[in-house]
Design a protein around this ligand. Structure first.
Ligand code: G3P
Length: 217
C-alpha cells in the first residue's frame, strides 16, 4: 500500500518524507490556498519544490473545466517535473481529458469521485489513479469505505490498471480499513500516518525496558 500525504505544507511533507514511508503527495487548490500559495508562477514553483522533497508522485490539479483548457494546463503541469501526475475532476470534459492524457502517456489522478460508476468511467478512460473521497462521504452519512470495497471489486473483475487512491482520509482507522479492503494508495494528513505509531503498550513496555536496563547498569 502506498502512503501519500494530502497537503501543500512543505514542513509536513519533509516530516513525512523523513519518516521514510512516504510514496507521494496529493494537493488541491484548497490545500494550496491554505498555505497562501497564490498566482500561477508561485503555484507552479510550489509543485517543483514538493517534487524536490519527495521521491514519488505529486498530484497537481487543473483549474480549467473545459477540455481544451484542461489539456493545456495538464500538459504544462506534466512538463514541470517527471513526478507530476495531472489531477482532473470527474466531469464529462474531465473524462475526455483523462483519455487524451492516457493516450499520450501523461499520468492522471481522477479526483472528486463519489460513486462506483464514476470510478468505472475513470478506469475506462485510462486514469492512473482514481480518488474516491471517503471522508466527505462519511460527512453526509454515507459509507466511504463501502465505496472503496465496491471499486476494488469492479477493478479486480476486469483487471483494470487504475490504482485506487483512497482520498479525504481523515484518521488512522480510515488508513487501516483501506489497507484491509485493498486500496492501492491512501492520502491523508500527517496525523493519519503518525497515528499508526501509537499504542499505549508500546510506550509502557519501552518505559519498563529502559527502567530495567538502568537497574542493571
Ligand atoms: O484528497 C482529497 C482531499 O484533499 C479532500 O480532503 O478532508 O477536504 O475532505 P477533505
Amino acid at each position: 500500500m502506498k502512503f501519500f500525504i494530502d497537503t501543500a505544507n512543505l514542513d509536513q511533507i519533509k516530516e513525512a518524507q523523513d519518516l521514510g514511508v512516504l510514496d507521494g503527495v496529493t494537493t488541491n487548490p484548497s490545500l494550496m490556498a491554505k498555505e497562501g500559495i497564490k498566482g500561477k508562477n508561485n503555484i507552479l514553483k510550489h509543485y517543483v519544490d514538493i517534487c524536490n522533497i519527495v521521491d514519488g508522485d505529486v498530484s497537481a490539479e487543473v483549474i480549467a473545466t473545459d477540455f481544451e483548457g484542461m489539456v493545456k494546463e495538464g500538459e504544462e503541469l506534466s512538463e514541470l517535473h517527471n513526478q507530476i501526475v495531472v489531477k482532473v475532476p470527474m466531469i464529462k470534459e474531465g473524462v475526455k481529458a483523462i483519455k487524451y492524457f492516457s493516450d499520450r502517456g501523461i499520468r492522471t489522478n481522477c479526483t472528486l469521485v463519489f460513486s462506483a460508476g464514476q470510478a468505472l468511467l475513470a478506469a475506462k478512460a485510462g486514469a492512473t489513479y482514481v480518488s474516491p473521497f471517503i471522508g466527505r462521504l462519511d460527512d453526509i452519512s454515507t459509507d466511504g469505505l463501502e465505496l472503496i470495497s465496491d471499486i476494488r471489486l469492479i477493478y479486480d473483475n476486469y483487471d483494470f490498471d487504475t490504482q485506487i487512491l483512497a482520498a479525504s482520509v481523515r484518521h488512522t482507522m480510515h488508513v487501516i480499513h483501506c489497507a484491509k479492503i485493498g486500496a492501492d494508495v491512501m492520502t491523508g494528513p500527517l496525523s493519519s500516518i503518525e497515528g499508526l505509531l501509537k499504542h499505549p503498550l508500546t510506550d509502557s513496555g519501552l518505559k519498563q525496558f529502559l527502567e530495567d536496563y538502568k537497574k542493571g547498569n
